[in-house]
Design a protein around this ligand. Sequence first.
Ligand SMILES: NC(=O)c1ccc[n+]([C@@H]2O[C@H](COP(=O)([O-])OP(=O)(O)OC[C@H]3O[C@@H](n4cnc5c(N)ncnc54)[C@H](OP(=O)(O)O)[C@@H]3O)[C@@H](O)[C@H]2O)c1
Length: 253
Amino acid sequence: MTKNVLITGACKNTGYGIAEKFAENGYNVFITSRKEEESIEASKRLSAKYKQAEIFPLALDDSMEESAIAEVFEKIEKSGYPLSCIVLNAANLGLDQEFYTMSIEQLQAVFNTNVFWNFVLVREATKQMKKLGGGSVVFITSNTAYRVIPNRLAYESTKGALLSMSRAIALDLGKYGIRSNCVLPGMIKTDRWDANIGGQRDSLTAKTPIGDIADFDDIANATYYFGSDLSKNTTGAELVVDGGNMIRLTPEL
Ligand SMILES: NC(=O)c1ccc[n+]([C@@H]2O[C@H](COP(=O)([O-])OP(=O)(O)OC[C@H]3O[C@@H](n4cnc5c(N)ncnc54)[C@H](OP(=O)(O)O)[C@@H]3O)[C@@H](O)[C@H]2O)c1
């Protein structure tokens, strides 16, 4: 069975945790960054830890033309490691965008990265999966696709759009054995949470029914489930990993 995965924005935080999970399970992993040197450095760390997997650094930028992205994917295919899975993890967070003062350009930039760029990447990756007779697409979206927080309209709208895009892919590409599913994290223990940037540790959304928020491993486990054959009969589905925040009507003060 072909086990080659590409994970976007995978040089730190959640993406790196997802890369570790796939490498641990014998997948060959392409890890992307907008900065080539960061992908090389992260791939060295992964290679040293997971001898059972090939780790490939890849520079992929959301400002690249579609034709340039296609060339990158052609190189991947020619390398002999055609993609059986893609994880769309990188995101433009669209922070602090107030409804009346945010510009259309700001809105477009968030949509460009989170929706249009992801679409191009998925289309290229699934061409390879189609030839393999199947594969898996996993979008890392957010519980804010359903339950919103202030001043994040662009981000939240794109995360909601990805849920619909994933279902459309599941329907249109099911006949090729290609599945598409979404992981919806709540708050995650990233470097921003550690540093309490924007009061993340103190935020109400950090007070979950289960009493904790997600580690990288929690998101990685859900992603690996969708990405691998463990979920071979599941497509167009969503899995919320947010300590139960989605089911609560009001926060506990
Ligand atoms: N952190 C949370 O609490 C939380 C909550 C809900 C959902 N999520 C979702 O979970 C995923 C991972 O979250 P995270 O906090 O671990 O991610 P992150 O560290 O904020 O970002 C992941 C990577 O995305 C790339 N990136 C950032 N801005 C970008 C842009 N404008 N264009 C293209 N790439 C960009 C960066 O990679 P390079 O700089 O190397 O290119 C970055 O390392 C994201 O999709 C996020 O929306 C996170």
